[in-house]
Design a protein around this ligand. Sequence first.
Ligand code: G3P
Length: 226
Amino acid sequence: MKFFVDTADLDEIREASAWGALDGVTTNPTLYARIGGKLADFPEHIRRICALVPGPVSAESTAAGRKEIVREGRELAALAPNVVVKVPVTVEGLAATRVLADEGIRVNMTLCFTVPQAILAARAGARYVSPFVGRYDDIAEDGVDRLEDIVVALGNYDLSDCGPGGESIEVIAASIRSAHHVTQAALVGADIATVPFAVLRKCLSHPLTDKGLEAFNKDWEKVKNA
Ligand code: G3P
């Protein structure tokens, strides 16, 4: 499973990237608003993220109609070669995705909650689809079960003829809220997990690791002083 960081914060992206295990970045309008982003600065901000991480960087279209999504998608894709245009799984989003995919622009279809939505995203040529795990949990349903349904359903077919470049669609487990979600996403076979920076940190934290390290350090002091 690949790791993306789900943030628009440049410091978080820089730090996560420095760990050497980061494959990409996803952003959305909420994450950009959270860092106090201004509309006029958005293109430059995406360029800066793309310069920090060579992997795919999802930048979301906020347009409503298919023509507008296509126009915005082209503009976003022109910002850097590693931009992936994030488009919601709606009728308008689907139609726009087909056009963008036919032009070789990679699309991440977002706000995906069901198997039919995921299959339609694949058929429309999306390079990625993002099922939201945590938001299902928020409404007392099992988000990991729904994610697994999508992984299994897409795995039933060869979808390499749908998108740009003959690559099959990849499933990005999104709306990840805990290290346990990351474990579960890996166990059900998600291709990628996009993880908030704070959760990424928690993925590395374990009391037995800390305790073991403390013991090794203490014993090494004994060796040095022997
Ligand atoms: O990538 C989509 C993700 O950021 C949504 O997460 O926590 O707002 O449901 P959340």
